[in-house]
Design a binder for this molecule. Structure first.
Ligand SMILES: Nc1nc2c(c(=O)[nH]1)N[C@H]1C(S)=C(S)[C@@H](COP(=O)(O)O)O[C@H]1N2
Ligand SMILES: [Mo]
Length: 382
């Protein structure tokens, strides 16, 4: 079995060097519909993307990405402090935050490392395949409303969001001893009205693994910006250079050819095929529903195309619902399987309203993040 797959892979890999070997999709240690365990402790759990059936992912099936053990935080002792370049320091209790005017936002979170295990060769880090992505309805208070209370000074530049969770890291360069998870937003992004301090997820209180009692939700940006178990907001007068946006979650951008390190921020346009899944068998000559989801950063999806011939020709898929910034769109396409048996490689390619289209190849300046190139899915026609 493995031998046959390996040969099939070698045959196609000459044509498409990024083709994913079918055995790389093999899913270990999981019940059919549960979350896929990529790491037990701290919990790093992947949504089984082939089960995608609706735009909202329920809380118990939403992927979990944790750098440190999930902290236990009691709502009645939890405090949120806003300090730094502020006119007055603010401290809020859970009840005070929940008494502020609420706002509900639908937002897609994708981990910046999603699909890294599907790159050829796999990129280093937690071995996410398709499912370190999800979409939920979040309720909370706009971050801007809380910042307003603190009366930011004119020198304010960055808003650092810090979680309760702490631990030691191994990647160099790193500070000695424990540090807490923290990420910053530039002031303009922090003030967007849909950036939330959320306390509800899909109509329920935030589950512990997703940041109870309060987390940030930053639509349009990769998941690492949506800090969970939020407890401090530090306003700085210079761009923040913390571990999680320099050593970790950073990439190289070329400035006239000179690589410059930048924090990972906006999600890149991307689509994934939920079904058929890799190695799935379909009947020759029949109609097959090819479907999945597509998302992007500070824009919305306007088009998804499907190819069954390695990207030589493309056919337009149907998009569900309306295009909305920061929210994924489900898509589907009715494909006619060839009359003859054999291996077929399916691909999907998304385009957004800003005119950005998924690239066909991997940009290696992105280190092990922002994996949005077209990811082929090899299936079996019988
Ligand atoms: N405090 C804290 N916030 C965090 C993290 C973390 O480890 N600690 N992980 C981040 C990363 S990398 C991602 S992708 C998202 C995942 O959110 P989820 O676990 O609710 O899916 O949370 C982000 N917020
Ligand atoms: Mo992430």
């Amino acid at each position: 079995m493995t031998h046959i797959n390996r040969r099939a892979f070698l045959a196609t890999s000459a044509l498409y060097p990024w083709t994913v070997p079918a055995w790389a999709h093999a899913v270990q240690n999981q019940p059919a519909d549960g979350l896929i365990e990529r790491l037990r402790e701290p919990p790093n759990l992947e949504f089984p993307f082939h089960t995608l059936s609706a735009a909202i992912i329920p809380n118990d099936r939403f992927f979990v990405r944790c750098h440190f053990p999930v902290p236990t935080v009691a709502a009645n002792t939890w405090r949120l402090r806003i300090l730094g370049a502020v006119g007055r320091e603010v401290e809020l209790t859970y009840d005070q935050l929940r008494a502020m005017p609420p706002r509900t936002v639908t937002a897609t979170l994708e981990c910046a490392g999603n699909s890294r295990a599907l790159n050829v060769p796999p990129l280093r880090g937690v071995g996410w395949q398709q499912g370190a992505v999800g979409n939920a309805e979040w309720t909370g208070v706009p971050l801007s409303a809380v910042l307003e209370r603190a009366e930011l000074t004119r020198q304010a530049v960055d808003v650092v969001l810090e979680g309760v969770d702490r631990g030691e890291v191994t990647a160099e360069p790193r500070p000695m001893g424990p540090l807490s998870y923290a990420r910053s937003l530039p002031l303009a992004k922090a003030r967007q009205p849909d950036v939330l301090l959320a306390y509800r997820m899909n109509g329920a209180d935030l589950p512990p693994a997703h940041g109870f009692p309060v987390r940030a939700v930053v639509p349009g940006w990769y998941g690492m910006a949506s800090v969970k178990w939020l407890t401090r907001i530090l306003v700085t007068e210079a761009p923040f250079q913390g571990f999680w946006q320099t050593s970790d979650y950073s990439y190289f951008e070329r400035m006239n050819g000179v690589p410059t390190m930048r924090p990972v921020t906006e999600m890149q346009v991307k689509s994934l095929i939920a079904r058929p899944r890799a190695n799935e068998m379909v009947r020759s000559g029949t109609e097959v529903r090819v479907h999945g989801a597509a998302w992007t950063g500070e824009s919305h999806i306007t088009r998804v195309d499907v190819s069954d011939n390695g990207g030589t020709t493309w056919a337009q898929a149907r998009l569900a619902g309306e295009g909305q910034r920061g929210v994924w769109r489900l898509w589907d396409y009715t494909w006619r399987a060839p009359a003859n048996a054999g291996r077929v490689t399916l691909m999907s390619r998304a385009t957004d309203a800003a005119g950005r289209t998924q690239p066909m190849t991997r940009d290696t300046d992105r280190r092990n993040y922002m994996v949005n190139h077209v990811l082929p899915v090899e299936i079996q026609v019988n």
